[in-house]
Ligand binder design. Structure first.
Ligand SMILES: NC(=O)c1ccc[n+]([C@@H]2O[C@H](COP(=O)([O-])OP(=O)(O)OC[C@H]3O[C@@H](n4cnc5c(N)ncnc54)[C@H](OP(=O)(O)O)[C@@H]3O)[C@@H](O)[C@H]2O)c1
Length: 278
């Protein structure tokens, strides 16, 4: 199978490039595959004729999106539409990466794929609008929602916590947002399976289990054997430009239905900490 990955230099993109073997995979970064350039995207897809396209490219700075909504929509919605148009013309399958931030976070039980979107941030709106349009243009595409990603090769929460914990006696972490940490390696493996199966529709893929950022940080510090105290605080105590959902746990039932069973986030975190030491 020929595969094209947009966003190959990102956290997930790098994991996909490392994990994907047995197929002919081309990875593109922003310099050689800017999704905002409709003609370029069409040309790339026409030349490569992939069976499957993974769209991992995005403007992912959630607070940055709030300050720069034009860029957020230009990349996350309009860029995605450019890729979807090219996929349709070439008859390629498309797997689009979306986010738990399409939900408002008012539920208290895990979000299912057919729960109503109600994004509260510009980033979430740009993803939600992309989802809706993509499913119209390409009803056979796969919209994969994931959350709280961490891994090697970029900024991520466990890396930040480990760096802070190494230099401070105590750190404050929010305890009123709940979600599902997701290791880029495990997500990449699931994406490879979904592409090979040709899965269509909306699928939720995260590591199993859920936690608050505070609980996540406590596990990170404990796992690293550091003496740092982790203190719970509320979101109101830590000013952020973009609102985050208080609860964005994604139900695994959609991925289990297509045969994807994810390891727990605690297991994934242990493997990440080991990988980080190498
Ligand atoms: N990280 C999370 O917690 C999380 C949670 C839910 C969903 N997601 C989604 O999962 C996907 C992958 O996330 P990630 O964490 O791997 O993101 P990331 O590390 O920020 O990587 C994003 C990638 O997109 C590229 N990019 C940015 N603008 C582009 C453009 N105009 N054209 C082409 N490429 C462009 C970036 O290139 P440069 O590095 O050169 O700028 C980078 O390779 C994204 O769709 C994201 O929205 C992520």
């Amino acid at each position: 199978m020929r595969v094209t990955i947009f966003g190959a230099s990102g956290l997930l993109g790098q994991a996909l490039m490392r994990e994907w073997s047995g197929d002919s995979v081309t990875g593109l970064g922003v310099e050689d595959g800017n999704v905002r350039d409709k003609d370029l995207v069409a040309e790339i897809v026409r030349k490569q004729q992939p069976a499957c396209i993974v769209l991992a490219a995005a403007y992912t700075d959630v607070d940055g999106c709030e300050a720069n909504p034009e860029l957020a929509f230009a990349v996350n919605r309009d860029g995605a539409l450019n890729v979807a148009d090219a996929a349709r013309q070439a008859g390629a399958k498309l797997l689009f990466l979306s986010s738990d931030y399409v939900f408002d976070g008012t539920k208290t039980t895990p979000y299912e794929t057919d729960d109503a979107r109600n994004p509260q941030s510009v980033y979430g709106r740009s993803k939600a609008e992309a989802e809706v349009r993509l499913l119209e243009i390409l009803p056979g595409c796969c919209v994969l929602r994931t959350a709280w990603m961490f891994g090697m090769g970029g900024k991520c929460f466990p890396d930040t916590i480990l760096k802070l914990a190494a230099s401070r006696p105590a750190i404050d972490v929010v305890n009123d947002q709940r979600g599902c940490p997701t290791y880029s390696v495990d997500l990449a493996r699931a994406i490879i399976q979904l592409c090979r199966k040709g899965t269509s529709g909306i699928v939720h893929v995260t590591n199993a289990g859920d936690c608050s950022w505070f609980e996540f940080a406590r596990e990170i510090v404990k796992g690293a054997g550091l003496p740092t105290e982790v203190r719970p605080v509320s979101s109101a105590q830590i000013a952020r430009r973009a609102p985050r959902p208080a609860y964005s746990v994604l139900s695994p039932s959609s991925s289990q239905r297509v045969g994807i069973v994810m390891p727990t986030w605690q297991d994934a975190l242990r493997r990440y900490v080991e990988e980080r030491k190498d």
